[in-house]
Write a protein that binds this ligand. Structure first.
Ligand SMILES: [Mg+2]
Length: 420
């Protein structure tokens, strides 16, 4: 059985274009939180050579000159479009495994390559018609190969967004065309190590001596090499999230501890909600903050604490995060960004009790019920209906988003008007 990776092209830019016909066919970039850097480009903006990650303040004159349209990131819109995309895919795919906001793996049981092509063409057409999004489909013997096949599907227009690495006679040539940095699971450090050894492409990684790879990165490296060779992934299990992170830049720099605590509290509340949605609990919490990178002496600091018992209870996580915030704050630096990171995530059903801090079952249930009720109220009546006092009511640290589109799919007041 093969694996397919379905990925939506230029997702954030495509969501904006799908709701605003004026943007279709136009060069468009989407900016990160606080209108910081370019984080998505339409195909037309890519053609103009606009690079990812460029700070907006450095290139906004050039963008205006080129007639590039700008949008602030609108995560309410992207989250909603992602839910629509995934539920549409789930109707047409077996065992869909959502991997990120715009990517999902699926099992591909289609026997002949003809059947596979028909399924893929129809799926692309359906997604394009219903949501206005273009997807690419890559098929391989496992997830690693499916990722690579997807990159090839996107990069070469001749494939029309569909590529099957299992049926081509030229898989060596294709693997040779993929730089080592683009192989799934190869981080920046490992890519550097490979380059020093003369390993520059996916094919060279596949063919390098296994013992060297094993010595460098253990079983993980061997598994990756086996997958590049076409061995099936160990199990087609749901890929559980390893970390949950919420971080933002501030509109105005923060210089006092109380403001930083309010900002971090808001991120912890959101991160705890996410953990509960993912049915996970965190065993470790990290908070961090930094100044702008563009000042003469930048500052950044993080602090981490392990929990005696993994948790997704907002109150418990808040009290730890607020203690950590005192450790990272520095009054002499204008802080521009902060975040929380929930780590060592466990499935909430597989957690062992800690012998030394046994909590009676009824107490545990009481706490879970409270969180459930808060989540339900906030889902039903809007985020922030039930607030945590630590989050404060004034939000001087919120984001700058001068170019944001409407919440056209999630807020009734902002629903698009169609004139027929
Ligand atoms: Mg994508």
């Amino acid at each position: 059985m093969n694996t397919a990776l379905i990925d939506s092209n230029n997702f954030y830019a495509a969501c904006e274009q799908s709701l605003d016909p004026k943007l279709v066919g136009q060069p468009l970039v989407v900016l990160s939180n606080n209108d910081g850097c370019v984080i998505a480009r339409s195909a037309e903006a890519r053609k103009l050579g606009i690079r990812m990650g460029k700070p907006y303040f450095q290139i906004h004159h050039e963008l205006t000159k080129l007639g590039v349209k700008i949008r602030s990131s609108n995560y309410a819109l992207y989250g909603d479009m992602s839910r629509r995309l995934m539920s549409l895919l789930a109707e047409h795919c077996e065992n869909l495994n959502v991997y990120s906001i715009d990517e999902a793996f699926t099992e591909s049981r289609h026997y002949s390559s003809q059947e596979l092509q028909t399924w893929a063409y129809q799926l692309r057409a359906t997604v394009c018609r219903n949501l206005g999004l273009t997807i690419s489909i890559g098929v391989g013997a496992n997830k690693t190969q499916a990722k690579l096949a997807n990159q090839i599907a996107k990069a070469e227009p001749i494939h029309a967004g569909i590529f099957d690495l299992t049926t081509t006679n030229e898989s060596d040539l294709w693997l040779e065309s993929i730089p080592i940095e683009d192989v799934w699971g190869i981080g920046r450090k490992l890519a550097h190590w490979c380059r020093l050894k003369g390993i520059k492409t996916a094919r060279q990684l596949r063919d390098m001596p296994s013992n060297e790879l094993h010595a460098k990165c253990g079983v993980k490296g061997i598994r990756l090499q086996r997958e590049l060779n076409g061995h099936p992934s160990p199990t087609f299990s749901k890929t559980e999230k390893q970390e949950t992170r919420i971080s933002r830049s501030f509109k105005e720099p923060i210089t006092n501890l109380e403001e930083l605590k309010k900002a971090i509290s808001n991120y912890v509340v959101r991160a705890s909600e996410k953990l509960r949605q993912q049915k996970q609990k965190a065993g470790k919490v990290t908070v961090y903050t930094s100044t702008s990178l563009f000042i003469s002496n930048p500052y950044n600091k993080s602090a981490t604490a392990s929990l005696a018992l993994p948790s997704n209870h907002t109150g418990e996580l808040l009290s730890i995060a607020l203690q950590l915030t005192e450790k990272i704050f520095h009054p002499h630096y204008p802080l521009k960004k902060a975040g929380v990171l929930m780590q060592e995530l466990h499935n909430e059903n597989n957690i062992q009790q800690n012998l030394f801090m046994h909590i009676p079952l009824h107490k545990q249930h009481q706490k879970e019920n409270l969180m459930q009720s808060i989540d339900q109220l906030n889902n039903r009546f809007g985020a922030g209906t039930i607030q945590w006092a630590a989050c404060g009511s004034q939000r001087s640290w919120t984001l700058r988003h001068n170019h944001i589109s409407r919440a056209a799919t999630t807020r009734l007041k902002e629903i698009p008007i169609v004139k027929a």
